[in-house]
Design a binder for this molecule. Structure first.
Ligand SMILES: [Zn+2]
Ligand SMILES: [Zn+2]
Length: 157
């Protein structure tokens, strides 16, 4: 630690780098509050204490083909409660293992604007799927036409 930083650390009671990142977090939190975006994307409740604020990557970046790009892609950033974040990791939310960062083979990601249908085994436009909030992509696992086909068959038998 150089002399200047030592003096700063003594004045703040912590290293200047720690104080700086704390300050940035406070600025971010205040901005989120002003924008009305201080809500947890996992539980949809307000994050009413800065200590609870956690900034997460919704896309796994470490094992991505282009980790740096994914890491800094702000569209993949969401805010959550610290507890919501850590409990979600335990249950492998999104099919991503918290240990390896690998996506489970059960999860199929199609080209942009499409989703994988587990019944007809094709990628279909997301408009053909209904909402299911319990799934990683918020869409049902099967498309609407497969769904109605399935229902019809059920009625017949
Ligand atoms: Zn939450
Ligand atoms: Zn289908």
């Amino acid at each position: 630690m150089n002399k200047m930083n030592k003096q700063r650390a003594d004045a703040l009671g912590e290293p200047i780098s720690t104080a700086n990142s704390k300050l940035k977090k406070i600025l971010l939190y205040e901005a989120l509050q002003r924008l009305g975006e201080d809500f947890c994307y996992r539980c949809d409740r307000q994050i009413d204490n800065i200590e609870d604020l956690s900034i997460e990557h919704t896309k796994s970046w470490l094992y991505a083909e282009n980790p740096k790009e994914v890491f800094f892609d702000t569209s993949g950033i969401a805010f959550s409660h610290r507890v919501c974040n850590s409990s979600a990791k335990k249950i492998f939310k999104g099919g991503i293992s918290p240990l390896t960062g690998r996506i489970s083979p059960r999860r199929k990601e199609g080209p942009e604007g499409t989703a994988w249908c587990h019944r007809c085994k094709t990628n279909r436009p997301i408009q053909e799927f209904t909402v299911d909030n319990s799934r990683w992509n918020n869409l049902r696992a099967d498309c609407s036409s497969c769904r109605s086909e399935y229902r019809k068959n059920k009625e017949v038998s």
